[in-house]
Write a protein that binds this ligand. Structure first.
Ligand code: ZN
Ligand code: ZN
Length: 683
């Protein structure tokens, strides 16, 4: 332990160093900077500077693997950590004050809200025994033991009582007690969970840390906000059952979930976003709009594309194939299975087998479903000798691949066991590679903008040369590859984040994450170097010098997975696809049965004009037909009656814009065709 001095030095983030009397608190430090900062600060991050091991962070601590440990175990005196604003500082530290701008501060607010919740529960239901109450990514929970189940009315009462606790603005005060005393107290009061946590996470002889607010106290090492009044926006969300320590022989606990935010405005925005995300959920819309299904009898993670989803997919794929051809790719098809021997050569058998379907025994050999298309494209490349004049070779395929995902981990179209990659492999000379990467990036940008995404984030994953053994390929190759990726991004003027040490062992890569309409990031496109497979397959070409060389290999996928991209599209548009993608572009509503003939005539005209149309033949009221087409999110509804039949017109309703009145059939066809042609997102 450092000796306690009369004064201590505090290093601030701006580089300045200030001297304070020993025992001063982060709150004192904040006050000395500005009263406004003192009021805004939530918690402080300190790093002791006097001791040698101060490099450690909270994450690096050698804690037992249980999440509870961080709430109860003793703090590492030398480690960087978050502390209460009221913590006395007795040694030289670097100190950062966290305010509402910091995500970590929000976690402290949420955990403090868990204390407020427990305070409220004990005031209302004093017989309750407390388990534990951590912050989570979405809020917080607290485990309670109480023989009577909480009712929805109880939850409301708890929320109301929490508001009182917040209004009382009770300071969170840290107190200490000997371990033996605490244990005895908890055992006497039958607080079996608290007694367990003390026994499990503290050592004999230690002092136990408690936090008190008003009459409530909880065994916890903190940190917390300064007082209950700083829990400004909170909500009790839901209740779930859980067995104590996950064992069904143990008492059943009631886990009460809540969430908290810095302000009511932020909380409202959060709930609005959640609601919006639910409204857009591709699994719900997939059913509602009859786009796709997953069939239990066939297996989890395997997608059945229904006619309407399949139509969107066909348009996506046709577009992709045409674009590939325009950009000098050759389209290929390859099998879904191959002998295990091939996967041994490619290295998948060694490095990737846990992600592959188990082998199938046939009469001549064992076979495996393909998890990737790469080895197949290499075999096509190798099927004939190549000279530098043949390069670059760009082989593209919408290839179905199968990967083993554990049962229970599948999620709609996003996480599946079988999917289609818009996969391509480029084989080229080293001097060609930068242009090839530029080509891939331009292509990726066109994919995103064509399908209506305006915003994306780019990451460049490079190696860590200090960890040389973790990577294959020569230094020269790595430099070439990383430079090519950097230069390509620079040439396109694309800002990106470099992530050192994140490259695969076989090469660096660029990942493009699109940002959807709700601001969520989706990893889709990737451009990846590979120094491994060309060597494993002994690929070569004859260079201008007449010598044999190994080509550079780049993997790239732009949709990534067609299934996943489609899922993102459904959510992006909430199922209301732009005209060019809509599986049915117009629904025709004959006002009565005698208008059916005219409706059919219009349908033929529109189909001849390349449009996708349906007629509602049912003997239903016009209003019901319009409503059903509206629920199907059709871009256009065309209503036809006597007047329209006489004049060769239609009465037009546009999705989201309502009734547009009468329009000649010819004008409508022209309008629709030009919007499809331009892949417009307006109608
Ligand atoms: Zn706590
Ligand atoms: Zn590949």
């Amino acid at each position: 332990m450092p000796t306690i001095a009369d004064s201590i030095k505090v290093h601030l983030p701006d580089g300045s160093v200030k001297e304070f009397p020993a025992g001063s608190t982060p709150h004192d430090v904040a006050q000395s900077i500005s009263p406004r900062l003192a009021a805004a600060a939530v918690v402080a991050r300190i790093r002791p500077l006097a001791t040698a091991e101060s490099e450690q962070t909270d994450k690096a601590l050698n804690e037992p693997g249980e999440p509870e440990a961080s709430m109860y175990g003793a703090e590492q005196a030398n480690a960087e950590r978050l502390v209460d604003l009221s913590t006395p500082l007795n040694e030289e530290v670097s100190l950062q004050l966290l305010t509402e701008k910091d995500a970590e501060a929000l976690k402290v607010v949420r955990h403090s809200a868990a204390h407020v919740m427990a305070t409220a529960v004990l005031e209302l239901y004093p017989e309750t025994k407390l388990g534990h109450g951590p912050a989570t990514d979405a809020g917080f929970f607290y485990d309670f033991y109480r023989p009577t189940p909480f009712t929805p009315e109880d939850l409301k009462a708890i929320e109301g009582k929490m508001a009182e606790v917040v209004a009382r603005n009770e300071p969170f005060v840290r107190e200490w007690e000997s371990r033996d005393q605490s244990l005895e107290r908890f055992k006497t009061s039958n607080d079996f969970m608290k007694a367990h946590f003390v026994e499990r996470f503290t050592k004999p002889g230690e002092e136990i840390s408690f936090y008190r607010n008003g009459a409530f106290e909880d065994f916890c090492r903190g940190p917390h906000v300064p007082s209950t009044g700083r829990v400004k926006a909170f909500k009790v969300m839901s209740l779930a059952g859980a067995y104590w320590l996950g064992d069904e022989k143990n008492p059943q606990l009631q886990r009460l979930y809540g969430t908290a935010f810095f302000s009511n405005k932020e909380m409202e925005q959060h709930f609005a976003r959640l609601e919006e995300a639910q409204r857009r959920d591709h699994r719900v819309l997939g059913k509602q709009l009859d786009l796709f299904s997953i069939q239990e009898v066939a297996g989890a993670g395997l997608i059945f594309w229904h006619p309407k989803g399949a139509m969107v997919r066909r348009i996506m794929e046709d577009w992709m194939r045409d674009e590939c051809l325009r950009r000098g790719y050759s389209l290929v098809y390859t099998p879904h299975v191959a002998r295990v021997n091939l996967w041994q050569i490619s290295g998948h058998e060694g490095f990737y087998s846990q992600n592959m379907f188990t082998p199938m025994e046939l009469d001549d050999a064992e076979y495996r479903m393909k998890p990737m298309n790469c080895p197949f494209h290499i075999l096509i490349y190798k099927n004939s000798p190549k000279s530098y004049r043949d390069l670059p070779v760009r082989l593209a395929e919408l290839g179905n691949v199968y990967r083993y995902e554990r049962s229970g981990t599948m999620h709609g179209l996003l996480r599946v066991r079988g999917f289609t990659q818009d996969d391509a492999h480029i084989f080229c000379e080293p001097r060609q590679v930068e242009d090839e990467v530029v080509g891939c990036i331009e292509f990726a940008q066109v994919v995103l903008s064509t399908f209506g995404f305006t915003d994306f984030k780019v990451e460049l994953s490079t190696w860590d040369p200090r960890d040389r053994k973790a990577y294959i390929g020569s230094d020269e190759n790595w430099e070439l590859a990383i430079n090519s990726l950097q230069n390509a991004l620079a040439r396109k003027g694309i800002p990106y984040k470099t992530i050192r040490g994140e490259a695969a062992f076989y090469g660096p890569k660029i990942d493009i994450k699109l940002v959807d309409v709700l601001g969520r990031l989706w990893q889709l496109s990737t451009v990846q170097f590979d120094f491994n497979m060309p060597a494993r397959f002994e690929m070569e070409y004859v260079g201008e010098d007449g010598e044999r060389h190994q080509p550079v290999m780049v993997h790239r996928a732009l949709f990534g997975s067609v299934e996943r991209f489609f899922g993102v599209l459904v959510e992006q548009y909430a199922g209301a696809f732009p005209l060019w993608l809509a599986p049915v572009q117009a629904g025709i509503v004959p006002i009565s049965e005698r208008h059916l003939a005219y409706a059919e005539k219009i349908k033929t005209t529109l189909q001849n004009g390349g449009l996708r149309v349906e007629v509602d033949h049912r003997n239903e009221k016009m209003g019901a037909k319009i409503r059903d087409f509206t629920l199907q999110k059709l871009p256009y509804i065309l209503i036809v009656g006597d007047k329209e039949a006489e004049t060769g017109a239609i009465s037009l309703r546009i999705r989201g814009q309502g009734d547009q009145g009468s329009m000649s059939l010819e004008d409508f066809v022209n309008r629709a065709q030009s919007l499809v042609e331009s892949k417009s997102t307006s109608l």
